[in-house]
Design a protein around this ligand. Structure first.
Ligand code: C5P
Length: 308
């Protein structure tokens, strides 16, 4: 274990993600669906301060505080669950830890298809691996994160990856070039489980992957120019009839200069991809001004999650 005091407290920035492609394929025997997705992080970040404490709390080794009172900090919170999982695993490996203190600052809208909870969980695993000096590899951390949520492994391979299976089969890739992303949350959440049910009701069978996607699947270096024309999300068609606001936002983003616009994950956030920061910021102000909406402009992620 690290003994240097400065190494026993770290800050991790947990980014949002968007799905540039999200194809939902067959339903599996475990109830989940096989996915094919191209995911990218976005520089809208939650903040996690992770610190080892000499004196663990009597009731739990994990002390968690969050600035957003609407997010429970009990066993429903993915940060708490991730921390407990890491401490259990570390103890099983003969590395028992004292208590940990985690402060979470939320900026990513919740229930928005932006992977905020999963990103926080991945950041927790990464932060604890660092402060406890566990030396786990990225793959080991991703494996541990699988049980917490389907998007958790992806964040450990940020900023860009092709994701298959339930979300556990992650292959990092390079997306050449830079882009800005405008995220527009319509002001209502969409529950993931409900979105999958709705998708199942809206179609008889899943469409096979297009030839262009199959070609992309084999490559580990792509450019934004190649990917933007291929952006698609199976949830869009299933959710648009129930939530017309999603189509309205998408149209507004395209009219405001987005090269492409799409629903992220199972919604409800819609995002636009922009070449220029100034155009993105204008689009955020324009599309975000309607009542109830929350809009953000941030660069597409450029690197992995890191501890500082
Ligand atoms: O794993 P996660 O918490 O993200 O999944 C939430 C719900 O979304 C699951 O309970 C399941 O109904 C659905 N899901 C799915 N197939 C996936 C991922 C999620 O059916 N690959």
């Amino acid at each position: 274990m690290n003994t240097n005091a400065s190494e026993r407290a770290v800050l991790i920035l947990a980014p949002a993600k968007v799905n540039l492609v999200l194809r939902v394929l067959d339903r599996r025997s475990d109830g989940y669906h096989n996915l094919w997705s191209l995911m990218h992080t976005v520089g809208l970040e939650d903040e996690l301060h992770v610190r080892l404490t000499a004196e663990p709390d009597a009731s739990s080794p994990v002390r968690l505080a969050c600035d957003d009172p609407t997010l429970p900090t009990d066993g429903r919170n993915l940060v708490r669950r991730a921390a407990e999982l890491v401490l259990d695993r570390a103890a099983a490996q003969g590395r028992p830890a004292p208590g940990v203190d985690i402060q979470l600052t939320k900026r990513i809208p919740m229930g928005g298809g932006l992977g905020g909870g999963s990103s926080d969980a991945a950041a927790t695993i990464l932060g604890l691996n660092h402060v406890l000096g566990l030396g786990w590899s990225v793959s080991e951390m991703a494996k541990l994160g699988e049980s917490l949520g389907s998007d958790v492994p992806f964040f450990l391979f940020a900023p860009c990856a092709r994701v298959r299976g339930r979300g556990e089969d992650v292959a990092p890739l390079t997306l050449a070039g830079t882009r800005w992303v405008v995220l527009v949350n319509p002001g209502f959440p969409i529950e993931t489980r409900w979105a999958y049910q709705r998708l199942a009701e809206s179609r008889r069978v899943a469409r096979p992957l297009s030839a262009s996607l199959v070609t992309l699947m084999g490559r580990d270096r792509l450019s934004w120019n190649e990917v933007v024309p291929l952006m698609e999300n199976d949830f869009e068609g299933a959710l648009a009839p129930v939530h017309p606001a999603l189509t309205v936002i998408k149209t507004e983003l395209l009219l405001a200069g987005a090269e492409g616009a799409l629903l992220s994950g199972s919604g409800a956030t819609v995002f636009g991809i922009f070449h220029d920061e100034a155009v993105a910021v204008r689009a955020r102000d324009l599309v975000g001004r309607s009542e109830g909406r929350r809009a953000f402009a941030a660069p597409a992620g450029t690197g992995p999650l890191t501890c500082s």
